[in-house]
Design a protein around this ligand. Structure first.
Ligand code: NAD
Length: 429
């Protein structure tokens, strides 16, 4: 792909956007076909969940302007909330002149947990487990030749003693398992089950739970971006002029609130997840796993805090970082089954799970910046409400041309409510 900037994409009629996308990327139109249908057929869905009665669609928007580790990338985002796609794309545009997003990922190592009960001497059993570590890891590595072929496999074993719990003390064995390009839940769970018997024989205890942990703190992604001061200066829709320095400092002040206060941090991180989840869902990945991991990681020091940090660099530019677990795959789960997910991965040119994780973290950081910038300057409602007004207009029964007309009326009158939309519609009729 030559560029992720497609000028005027927003203003194109719906029916022309896929043509434009095909022309800009060189993809054939039928390769993008999964984007304008539900993608998943009822028959495919029937093979995925129990008692299937159909499918559920979400809007799919295109995140523009992203440069991730020097690569231009167009990003499909599945989300029902207005402003997210526009906000992330706009912030990606501001970040471009600072070099876009730079992202590093750790090895794709997941944690599998094995709970061991009824152990007589916890310390002695821990030591014995460490003594048998090499053979336990070898046992795991015999299970999945495919994963091994791709360079994955068991990496380490850690033993923890849980001193206090409602049932007293017990042992937990952590299997550190490199799952390469898979999300890894099935691979890890299979490995944990395989270890149950040898661990019972070594410890003399009773293995109870064998399941991966979603607090995947070995599988981290770190995204950063720099926004030049000149990109931050702007005049808000209500006519207030802000200098770059003012916007930067206000964003840092807004972030400091989230860094210090869990009530604010929850909403701050929700903004990050607006961007993250939209790409996770569009690629058929497990967003509950990502959510669970993100919020557990945000609490890792005993107090829930911001997943991102914002400050200024040596030149005074705004600098942001996002660090979080990112357990996404491009193999397994729905990623290889859902036609839209397959098309999304193809469009982004993603070849590894690490590449996908890097893109997702960049969108999370961009979306975090969009929310902070709006909150710290003109307020979230001014920009958000004009888009929200269209949804309210549809809910009130507006169709076709009426939608924009009713929405514009409500925005002009600064009253965006369903009863107002119904009143305007009535007057129009
Ligand atoms: P999977 O088992 O379908 O695929 C992984 C397997 O693919 C590997 O074990 C390997 O044999 C093979 N493979 C082929 N090429 C590979 C490559 N390049 N890299 C790595 N493996 C390769 O999928 P999974 O990722 O183990 O499981 C993901 C699914 O598990 C998701 O749908 C998730 O919703 C679900 N799940 C999640 C949880 C949880 O989060 N707590 C628990 C259970 C299941």
């Amino acid at each position: 792909m030559t560029t992720s900037r497609i000028a005027g994409f927003y203003n194109l009629p719906l029916g022309e956007r896929l043509d434009k996308l095909a022309k800009s990327t060189g993809f054939a139109l039928d390769e993008l076909a999964a984007f304008h249908s539900s993608g998943l057929t009822a028959d495919q869905a029937n093979h995925m969940v129990e008692n299937s009665i159909g499918t559920f669609n979400l809007p799919l928007g295109l995140g523009l302007n992203f440069v991730v580790n020097g690569r231009e990338v167009l990003i499909p985002m599945a989300i029902e909330e207005p402003s997210v796609v526009a906000g992330a794309s706009f912030m990606a545009k501001l970040a471009r002149t600072g070099g876009g997003f730079t992202v590093t990922t750790s090895a794709p190592e997941m944690i599998g947990q094995i709970q061991v009960l009824d152990v007589k001497d916890l310390m002695k059993a821990s030591m014995e487990l460490y003594e048998h570590k090499a053979e336990l890891l070898a046992e795991v590595n015999s299970i999945d030749p495919v994963l091994k072929k791709f360079g994955g496999g068991a990496r380490d074993l850690e033993v923890r003693i849980i001193e206090e719990s409602p049932i007293g003390s017990f042992l937990v064995v952590h299997l550190i398992y490199d799952v390469r390009d898979a999300m890894g839940a099935n691979a890890v769970n299979t490995a944990c089950e395989k270890l149950a018997l040898p661990i019972e024989l070594i410890t003399g205890g009773r293995v109870h739970l064998r399941i991966l942990s979603n607090l995947a703190d070995h599988r981290l992604v770190k995204a950063s971006c720099t926004v030049l001061l000149k990109e931050l200066a702007f005049t808000s829709a209500d006519g207030r002029a802000f200098t770059g320095e003012q916007v930067r400092d206000r964003i840092i002040e807004a972030w400091a609130f989230a860094a210090a206060d869990p009530y604010r941090a929850a909403t701050h991180n929700k903004g990050i997840m607006n961007g993250v989840d939209a790409v996770v869902i569009a690629t058929g990945n497990d967003w509950r796993a990502i959510e669970a991991g993100a919020h557990a990681y945000a609490s890792r020091d005993g107090r829930y805090t911001s997943l991102s940090t914002w400050g200024k660099d040596l030149d005074g530019n705004l600098s942001g970082q996002l660090e979080m677990p990112m357990t996404v795959g491009i193999i397994g789960g729905a990623t290889k089954v859902h036609p839209t997910a397959k098309a999304a991965l193809r469009l982004m040119g993603v070849k590894t799970a690490a590449e996908l994780a890097s893109i997702i973290a960049s969108v999370g950081l961009a979306q975090n910046l969009a929310a902070l910038r709006a909150l710290a300057t003109e307020g979230i409602q001014l920009g958000h409400m004009s888009l929200h007004a269209r949804q309210v207009a549809i809910a009130a029964g507006a169709t076709g041309m009426q939608i924009d007309e009713v929405a514009a009326h409500m925005v002009a009158e600064k009253t965006i409510r369903i009863d107002k939309a119904e009143e305007i519609l009535k007057e129009m009729k």
